[in-house]
Design a protein around this ligand. Structure first.
Ligand code: ZN
Length: 193
């Protein structure tokens, strides 16, 4: 007898289970309200607020319009994106890039994050039934594997796969604690209307 449960993807993202990975109509509505545009090509909801709203949209590596899309874990929640933007305005990614350049242990961990990102994108691609996307082969997001260029991308990664994979997504999550933490809902009720 086969054991499908053992090969099934076991999500480690914040606030999700195997049962809540699949986007619902309400999820797409909330994501569209969060982003201010109609979302498409969402394959999974890999991270959710304690209230159930999506935090991140796992997006197909090729959009329905044909464009390659490298940001597999797209951070959608406006309170979190605003917090990451504040840190970027303060230049937090320069300190992180200096660290990853000088610290071999951190550099190795960050290369691991890059590999994880590519593996997750491949899983999402197969799940979406798409052909290979050669335009973005070997390209992850956020500056990985050697630089930290976009805190939204590395934070989206951490929220989607859990802590312990992306050291700079984890660090960003710590740094935004003043504005958002995984334990508290900062959602706008209007997103569901
Ligand atoms: Zn919420």
């Amino acid at each position: 007898m086969t054991t499908p449960a053992s090969t099934e993807h076991q999500p480690q993202g914040f606030g999700v289970t195997a049962e809540t990975l699949t986007p619902t109509e309400l999820d797409l509505k909330v994501l569209s309200a969060q982003l201010g545009r109609t979302v498409r090509d969402v394959v999974e909801i890999p991270a959710r607020c304690v209230c159930g709203n999506p935090l991140v949209a796992a997006t197909a590596p090729r959009l329905a319009n044909g464009s390659p899309f490298p940001t597999t874990f797209y951070l959608a929640h406006p309170v979190i994106t605003a917090a990451a933007s504040r840190l970027e305005a303060e230049g937090a990614m320069y300190e992180m890039t200096d660290e990853v350049t000088d610290d071999e242990e951190k550099a190795a961990a960050y290369r691991g994050a890059h590999e994880n990102y590519l593996a997750e994108r491949e899983r999402i691609r197969v799940k979406a039934g798409l052909e290979d996307v050669p335009e973005i082969e070997g390209v992850s997001a956020g500056g990985m594997p050697t630089r930290i260029k976009c805190l939204h991308a590395v934070l989206g990664h951490t929220l989607a796969v859990g802590r312990g994979i992306n050291p700079y997504g984890d660090a960003t999550l710590d740094l935004i604690a003043e504005w958002w933490t995984p334990e508290t809902c900062h959602c706008d009720p209007a997103w569901r209307n």
